[in-house]
Design a protein around this ligand. Structure first.
Ligand SMILES: [Mg+2]
Length: 123
């Protein structure tokens, strides 16, 4: 059975690039435009195999989203990857503390993202 990914980014372009890469890799993709939207989309108890989230977003940012998801039993062990910029060391640290599994550095590189996913998501 295919795996499902939750892709959260306030940039439609970025979201589409990530979603397209994942769809091509065989994932079913659920998109959300910010943390609150993402929380609403899993409020019915939906389980995701992986979450990829941007950090800077309106309404609810990536760090707050990771904290919210980690409170839910179904997201306790779900790999959560943050999209970050090279320079955001403090954000990476905050993400780790919030419960992020790892990160993907922008600018977005499809092959690199799939490599990181393969590392954190058992086949
Ligand atoms: Mg953003």
């Amino acid at each position: 059975m295919g795996k499902t990914a939750l892709v959260v980014d306030d940039s439609p372009t970025m979201r589409q690039m990530v979603a397209l890469t994942l769809t091509n890799a065989g994932f079913k993709v659920v998109e959300a435009e910010h943390g609150k939207d993402a929380v609403n989309k899993v409020a019915d108890g939906s389980k995701m195999d992986i979450v990829i989230t941007d950090l800077n977003m309106p309404e609810m940012d990536g760090i707050a989203l990771i904290k919210e998801l980690r409170k839910k039993p179904v997201f306790k062990f779900t790999p959560i990857l943050m999209l970050t910029t090279e320079s955001s060391e403090d954000k990476k640290k905050a993400g780790k503390e919030a419960g992020a599994t790892g990160w993907i550095v922008k600018p977005f590189n499809p092959e690199l993202m799939l490599k990181v996913i393969a590392k954190v998501l058992p086949a």
